[in-house]
Design a protein around this ligand. Structure first.
Ligand code: CP
Ligand code: NVA
Length: 309
């Protein structure tokens, strides 16, 4: 049984296989409607249970469409509607029930430990749909989008990140090791990337740079990533954090330090970290990026269900 919890723990050959499968499936369903099934309906009859402890638009919809297009279905739960969320049932018992009623479990949670605990007791695959430490389905899909836009392996590109040192950046750092690309991070001094993850990553990837100057971080970049300064359930002084990131906005001026044909990506939802002129410019590929999540997550599901071609 294969889980999809952190990119760090998944073999690069499997990650690459997922991307190859997604490309083929996307091409094969050009003329199909949202709810039409892929040829062969490889997950016919399978149920993916999704549970959200935090808000979601894209992850929820893209997993719904992903499993539908593979022939299966979803059931979406809010943890506060379960005994678990009310504190009246253990993770072990909840996991047992989920494993007998469903075939896969996608969880968006405020606790990485909770995912680990579910993993201990589940007998069906678990997918991390965003946790404090990572957002692996987002970043694998973003790797796909980068290669689709640039028509090159990501290892040949300069990737920049401007913004908070959060879950999305953590997954991007893990991906930079798996796919061996240059990653330049631009963040304020007091918002350094996760120390232990960076130490792990730098053992293999010698092309990770951390700057506190946005111009240096985006210099010669092919793709610039960003994310909200304030993440879901961020327990910080929001006013102070936003003020600390004042100089870390993506503007047209900043883009002039990157390659002429650089692209801008953002997982969404957005805050004020990106100028509207950039967000709605031709360089911004955010809608293509959001849509690709369906295609890549289909192949992630197939990987988890042991059905990847
Ligand atoms: N990017 C992303 O995960 O969006 P949602 O929070 O809307 O799912
Ligand atoms: N870093 C953001 C990503 C949202 C998709 C958050 O955790 O809220």
């Amino acid at each position: 049984m294969k889980h999809f919890i952190n990119l760090k723990d998944i073999a690069v050959k499997d990650l690459r296989k997922i991307l190859v499968d997604a490309k083929k499936r996307k091409a094969d369903r050009q003329n199909l409607n949202h709810l039409q099934t892929d040829k062969g309906a490889p997950l016919k009859g399978k149920l993916l249970i999704q549970m959200f402890e935090k808000s979601s638009l894209r992850t929820r919809l893209s997993f719904y469409l992903a499993i539908k297009q593979l022939g299966g279905g979803t059931l979406t739960l809010r943890s506060n509607e379960l005994h678990l969320g009310e504190g009246g049932e253990s993770i072990a018992d909840t996991a047992k029930i989920l494993s007998t009623y469903g075939d896969g479990f996608m969880l968006r949670t405020d606790s990485d430990l909770k995912i680990e605990n579910f993993k201990k007791y589940m007998t069906i695959p678990i997918i991390n749909g965003l946790s404090p430490l990572s957002h692996p389905t987002q970043i694998l899909s973003d790797i796909y989008t980068v290669e689709e836009i640039k028509k090159k392996p990501i290892s040949k590109l300069n990737i920049a990140w401007i913004g908070d040192s959060n879950n999305v950046l953590n997954s991007l750092i893990s991906a930079s090791v798996k796919f061996n690309f240059k990653l330049s991070i631009g963040c304020p001094k007091n918002y350094q990337p996760n120390k232990s993850l960076l130490a792990w990553a730098e053992k293999t990837n010698k092309k990770i740079y951390v700057y506190h100057d946005t111009k240096k971080a985006v210099f010669n970049a092919d793709v610039i990533f960003s994310d909200k300064v304030i993440s879901l359930n961020d327990k910080v002084n929001k006013k102070k954090k936003l003020s600390d990131f004042k100089k870390f906005r993506i503007t047209q001026k900043l883009l002039s330090y990157a390659k002429k044909d650089c692209s801008f990506l953002h997982c969404l939802p957005r805050g004020n970290e990106v100028d509207e002129m950039v967000f709605f410019s031709k360089k911004s590929k955010v809608w293509q990026q959001a849509l690709n999540r369906i295609h890549v997550q289909k192949s992630i599901l197939l990987y988890c269900f042991g059905k990847l071609r």
